[in-house]
Write a protein that binds this ligand. Structure first.
Ligand code: HDD
Length: 703
């Protein structure tokens, strides 16, 4: 039997300026002195020992009377709450919305009455299919949910980064989500639509075809939350003080322009940094580089709705910006990260039915169903009807009601009267003037379960979306469809999908069929309404056509070797920072390297930890000797080969040429390779970087 020794008891040690005390078994105790707070139980009782359970004898059994241990473990056992059934993985930030001009002519919503008014907001971005711990760069829709704490109650605009949806009626939501989530018998794949169940459902659901074009496009693999658009999706109503209604669609446009990554890059980012998007938002906000979006409205009346090609209540359709130009009405700025992820980002409860007076619903059947679902889900997830007592969900305006009691009630009414009407003259009263009044739309008809005929054209806007993409974007859609369907084992499902594609674009269908190795094309899918070919392309739908004008907010990875030119690096760094972008240095060792002039260049990443997929452009600043040395490193060769294959701009010193060659890159291959021969080359590099990618290279590298 081991003998307990009581050696060196109560010996003190200093670690990182902190004085710690060693206990009997050598364990370290942090003991409060006069200046520090005393650790307590949740009941407030001071704790003497947080390292050892209470036992009979040093090596004896643990006692059930150890209330400190029992409370600590009890609380830990209950730390998790159910993750969201969809949009489980998300990241949020605080900020404000600033109204540009009064919109009183259209709406009595308080938030839109006064120019310059700032309203606090909380925004949560998310993926849809993956669970809480999944990776950021899944091919997926991104949630873009905004909670405005207005003076007349919370307004939640619970949107996505895609303006249309998979289904037209909320009753199909559990089916589409079941199909995309991990298959129930095997519990995989995680955070991926590339599997039989998803494509089985989609191939049997023609109304999804427009959305599928978006999800297979680069919109579904954004470079950053900061570089994506957001959409309210449905047609809503604005209602003014005279109770007149105007239809509205909400669009968020990022000030830094749109940008996505390529699929091969996304796959590698997920391995290199599964938190790529949340880290990006965290870093930008912590650095004071606050991301900004403009809120745009597409406003229209009943006459426009009647004359438009599609039903404005159909959530699988959009109104092209060229037909109905969006009007900017305010800006959203995110300037503060939550103090605590759980308290705010995890517990925030968004609900489409949170609308203030002056904003109202349309009859879009998807929106109507959502208005039921969101309240219900909060009870399940947050566990009590008092979830509005949680600070992140509480309104920031005065509020008064008679709701009371229940689990975890934090605010309890005082006084005798908790009902109305009452004759004691106490408590709040309704206000027909200030209160929410639903738009008095006239409704008539039989009770039916029917999809309107006006929702029946499932292919025309899918085709319009595809036609509106640039050549590289069209290629990406074809490659995404091929990749996804290649993971589908049931050949009949692949064929059904190609049959739909034939109704969208024959060339696309043929490419996908060919790449899937299909011997012959199936017949086009039966279409309830023949696809139209007279819809004008809408350039507003392309990411590449709507990229940024500057490189601001982006990141350059600079690979250095011992003997690098420190002054050239300084010049490059200054120019990149002047552009509003960030530089991160990568070296063989994370400690950094000694430059040619004897100065020290600190590195942020070692080469294996800083692959080029984490950057928008790269620079190779290798000395003659360092360049040779790095040719023997697989990670350095990958760094270069990937940057080239992902069509990134690459600046390089002459010492880097051996590495380029070893990675299979001809230093003179194209104008995206810029040799840093003189200071002018730095300016040329920055100018190129503004284009983000050299898409003309793509055919040569055949990604
Ligand atoms: Fe939903 C969450 C967006 C259709 C039911 N949805 C959720 C979130 C976003 C959206 C951004 C995450 C909010 C957050 O960050 O906490 N959902 C959409 C959009 C849709 C849509 C843009 C179509 C236009 N959703 C939709 C339907 C239903 C739901 C048709 C059900 C009938 N959605 C939910 C939900 C969630 C949710 C189950 C899960 C967690 C939550 O609500 O709070 O109720």
């Amino acid at each position: 039997m081991a003998k307990t020794t009581r050696q060196s008891s109560e010996k003190s040690v200093t670690i990182h300026d902190q004085k710690l005390t060693r206990g009997n078994g050598g364990e370290l105790h942090q003991i409060a002195d006069g200046d520090t707070e005393v650790l307590t139980t949740a009941q407030g009782g001071p704790v003497a020992d947080d390292q050892n359970t209470l036992k009979i004898g040093e090596r004896g059994p643990t006692l059930i009377e150890d209330f400190h241990f029992r409370e600590k473990i009890f609380h830990f056992d209950h730390e998790r709450i159910p993750e969201r059934v969809v949009h489980a993985r998300g990241y949020g930030a605080h900020g404000f919305f600033e109204t540009y001009e009064s919109l009183a002519a259209y709406t009595r919503a308080d938030i839109f009455q006064r120019a310059g008014e700032k309203t606090p907001v909380f925004v949560r971005f998310s993926t849809v299919a993956g669970s809480k711990g999944s990776f950021d760069l899944a091919r997926d829709v991104r949630g873009f949910a905004v909670k405005f704490y207005t003076q007349e109650g919370n307004w939640d605009l619970v949107g996505n980064n895609i303006p249309v949806f998979f289904i037209q009626d909320a009753i199909k939501f559990p089916d589409i989500i079941h199909s995309v989530k991990p298959e129930p018998d095997r519990a995989f794949p995680q955070a991926q639509s590339a599997h039989d169940n998803f494509w089985d459902f989609i191939s049997l659901t023609p109304e999804s075809m427009h959305m599928i074009m978006w999800v297979m496009s680069d919109r579904a693999i954004p470079r950053s939350f900061r570089f994506m658009q957001g959409f309210g999706v449905h047609t809503f109503r604005l209602v003014n003080a005279k109770d007149e209604s105007t239809f509205v669609k909400f669009i968020w446009k990022p000030k830094l322009g749109m940008q996505s990554v390529v699929w091969n890059e996304a796959v590698k980012i997920n391995g290199a940094d599964p938190d790529f998007h949340r880290r990006d938002l965290w870093n930008a906000i912590q650095a004071g580089d606050f991301p900004e979006w403009e809120l745009n409205l597409q406003l229209f009346d009943q006459k426009f709705a009647d004359s438009f090609d599609f039903d404005v209540l159909d959530p699988t359709k959009l109104i092209p910006e060229e037909i109905l130009p969006p009007v900017p009405v305010g800006r959203l700025v995110l300037d503060r990260m939550p103090d605590n992820f759980f308290a705010e980002t995890e517990q925030v409860a968004f609900m489409t039915q949170n609308v203030p007076p002056g904003i109202d619903f349309s009859n879009d059947p998807l929106l109507q169903g959502r208005n039921f679902s969101y309240l219900d889900t909060q009870l399940k997830r947050l566990g009590s009807p008092n979830f509005t007592h949680i600070p992140i969900n509480a309104p920031k305006c005065p509020f008064h009601h008679f709701q009371q009691d229940g689990h975890m009630a934090m605010r309890n009414p005082v006084g005798r009267v908790n009902y109305q009407p009452n004759s004691f003259g106490e408590g709040p009263r309704e206000s027909p003037e200030r209160g929410f009044r639903s738009f008095a739309e006239a409704e008539k008809g039989q009770k039916v379960r029917l999809r309107p005929e006006s929702f029946a054209d499932h292919y025309s806007q899918a085709r319009q979306f595809f036609d509106s993409q640039t050549a590289p974007e069209q290629r990406h859609i074809a490659m995404a469809l091929t990749f996804e369907l290649s993971k589908v084992e049931t050949v009949a499902i692949r064929e059904r999908m190609v049959a739909h594609l034939l109704n969208i674009d024959e060339g696309l269908a043929e490419t996908v069929a060919d790449k899937l190795g299909m011997k012959e094309l199936p017949k086009p899918a039966d279409a309830a309404v023949a696809p139209r070919d007279d819809l004008e392309p809408s350039p507003a739908l392309s990411i590449i056509e709507n990229g940024p004008e500057s490189f601001a907010g982006r990141k350059v990875g600079v690979l250095v070797s011992p003997g690098a030119d420190a002054s050239l690096l300084k010049k490059l760094q200054t120019a990149i920072e002047k552009e509003g972008a960030v530089v991160e240095v990568i070296a063989l060792k994370v400690g950094g390297v000694e430059a040619a002039d004897g100065s020290w260049i600190a590195a942020k990443h070692m080469i294996d930890g800083g692959p080029s997929v984490l950057f928008d452009s790269v620079a190779l600043m290798l000395s003659e000797e360092g360049g040779e040395r790095l040719t023997g490193e697989a990670a350095a060769r990958d760094f270069v080969a990937d940057a080239f294959a992902h069509c990134k701009f690459i600046a390089f010193t002459s010492g880097s040429i051996p590495l380029l060659r070893k990675a299979g890159v001809d230093p003179e291959a194209d104008e995206g390779l810029i040799e840093l021969e003189d200071p002018k080359a730095v300016a040329k590099f920055i100018e190129s970087c503004r284009k983000l990618r050299l898409w003309s290279r793509e055919m040569a590298v055949k990604l």
